[in-house]
Design a protein around this ligand. Structure first.
Ligand SMILES: Cc1cc2nc3c(=O)[nH]c(=O)nc-3n(C[C@H](O)[C@H](O)[C@H](O)COP(=O)(O)OP(=O)(O)OC[C@H]3O[C@@H](n4cnc5c(N)ncnc54)[C@H](O)[C@@H]3O)c2cc1C
Length: 484
């Protein structure tokens, strides 16, 4: 992955003039930072977003390479809500006063969970998955329906609840079939569990809704479209942005952030500071010890293969395939560089784009990776290791697509790129290049300082929709106040 380039509609401004004081300062110009910043600017406050990188988006940014534009994170926007339907996405549009059509979302075709000897297809809404469970696990369909009811009744957004309740054993117990339980859990692990070999019950319910009850969508243009809409909205509200200059230090005095020191040495003050960079990373800015930084964190490697044919022309019609070569997914930091025995294949061309058609096909294969193992490599070993793991990742993933590797014509690949936890660490500053942050979440966003709040990943709100909503809810709860 090379350095993402600046969004075309807003010029980078490393040396721009700043006020000495802002009502609110947001650290990080990713999805949660933009969600928070727009809400704060809508309330009439003066707001500054400070971003260390040269481009917006964070884990959901984009970059240019070999004349192509790539999304960093986007496989799918979860929580799809068809026009007029309620849900988290509709809440974002309402809270940010953005017209739903602005994101230009096209729904997925259908996705698949592929395990040895069994598969389950699902699409937007629960119907297809329910009929697939009835087909493959007829004795367990009532247990599955009970689980759906449990998810629907669970208030997963109650931020007053204490720490993680592991859900894997509970899902096994409720479904009463180990293979069915593992197949239901696998996509939810990969789309947002920060725990080792488990998932927090709230996160399970949030993701079950996001993937199975609601579903996937994507703008034809990719994440650039969503970022452009958010940035334009923020700019129209008078919000300010400082790019290519991070926050170096938060100066605290008696439990209060008294000053914000920037990478270029300038110092500002702010009534409230919202940090989206992670809880331990934020404690680091305060000069405090962060014991959680040594806990194991999930990192991922992703291999992106651009190819001449569209996947549908090869008979590959799924939008996303969640795969496991074993009946139980070993969802933990692997011992080696990567563990390609389970993961995700995304085919961004396989959405219902109507008459629009992508010029090239693309496969994105994502598997778990070990940050420490990558870090131990020399520069030349790193380049060679990327090639080797890419081959292993592709071989494992292609085994779950119709016709396997043989279906991919020789010379079909036009360009390939691989990124690792080191890439994520370099471009976002997340400890161990982790995508889902610390296993210990701070649900209410509170920190040791009374005017400093966390939002996004380490508050437990993940993905594009989760992160934007996390930013909005923390801005509402701690800064804007009741009635927001
Ligand atoms: C490979 C991959 C695939 C993914 N797939 C999907 C998907 O299909 N669908 C989906 O919804 N989500 C997906 N995600 C997850 C999603 O991207 C994240 O959950 C979400 O974008 C997190 O947003 P955030 O704003 O909380 O954090 P971040 O995006 O991490 O934003 C934090 C920002 O803070 C900046 N920063 C760090 N330190 C400082 C500092 N000291 N000063 C100033 N700025 C700083 C960083 O540069 C970054 O821009 C994926 C992520 C990856 C990496």
């Amino acid at each position: 992955m090379s350095a993402p380039a600046e969004s075309p509609n807003v010029a980078a401004s490393p040396a721009r003039a700043l006020k000495s004081h802002y009502d609110a300062l947001v650290i990080g110009c990713g999805m949660s930072g933009l969600g928070a910043a727009i809400r704060l600017a809508m309330s009439g406050r003066s707001v500054l977003v400070v971003e260390r990188h040269n481009a917006p988006g964070g884990l959901n940014g984009y970059y240019f390479k070999a004349g192509r534009k790539f999304d960093v994170g986007l496989h799918a926007m979860t929580n799809y809500a068809a026009p007029g339907k309620k849900g988290p996405l509709t809440k974002i549009f309402r809270q940010l006063r953005i017209p739903p059509e602005a994101f230009d979302l096209s729904p997925q075709l259908s996705s698949r969970i592929s395990f040895p000897g069994e598969e389950l297809r699902f699409a937007n809404g629960i119907d297809l998955l329910e009929s697939e469970v009835a087909r493959a696990f007829p004795k367990k369909i009532d247990a599955f329906r009970d689980l759906v009811r449990l998810v629907e009744a669970h208030d997963a957004l109650d931020i007053s609840r204490p720490q993680a309740t592991p859900a894997r054993a509970l899902v096994h117990e409720r479904l009463g079939d180990p293979l069915l339980a593992e197949m239901i859990l696998n996509p939810l692990f990969y789309y947002g569990s920060a725990l080792q070999n488990d998932i927090d019950l709230d996160q399970f319910c949030i993701l079950f809704r996001a993937l199975y009850l609601e579903g996937f969508a994507r703008p034809f243009e990719g994440v650039r479209r969503i970022l452009r809409v958010l940035l334009d909205r923020y700019k129209a509200l008078g919000g300010e942005r400082l790019m290519k200059c991070g926050v170096r230090r938060l100066v605290a005095d008696c439990g209060h952030v008294a000053a914000v020191e920037l990478d270029d040495g300038r110092t500002l003050t702010a009534g409230s500071v919202l940090s989206t960079i992670g809880s331990d990373e934020t404690l680091g800015l305060l000069g405090m010890d962060a014991p959680g930084k040594t806990l194991p964190r999930h990192g991922y490697a992703e291999h992106i293969a651009c190819m001449k044919p569209l996947p549908s022309e090869l008979g590959w019609k799924d939008t996303i395939v969640f795969f496991s070569n074993t009946a139980r997914t070993d969802y933990r930091v692997p011992d080696g560089l990567v563990d390609p025995s389970s993961g995700v294949v995304c085919m961004p061309a396989n959405y219902d784009f109507g008459t629009r058609r992508m010029e090239e096909g693309m496969l994105r294969v994502t598997v778990r990776a070990n940050h420490r193992a990558w870090k131990a490599l020399s520069k030349s070993e790193y380049a060679e290791a990327k090639k080797q793991v890419a081959e292993a990742m592709m071989a494992s993933a292609l085994g779950h697509l119709p016709g396997g590797a043989a279906a991919l014509p020789k010379n079909a690949l036009l360009f390939e790129d691989t990124f690792t936890p080191l890439t994520v660490e370099k471009f976002t500053g997340h400890i161990s290049g982790s995508v889902y942050g610390s296993p210990v979440k701070v649900r209410d966003g509170r920190t040791p300082c009374d005017n400093l709040f966390l939002c996004g990943t380490d508050q437990g709100f993940l993905g594009i929709v989760g992160a934007i909503l996390g930013g909005i809810s923390i801005a509402n709860l701690h800064v804007i106040g009741p009635g927001a």
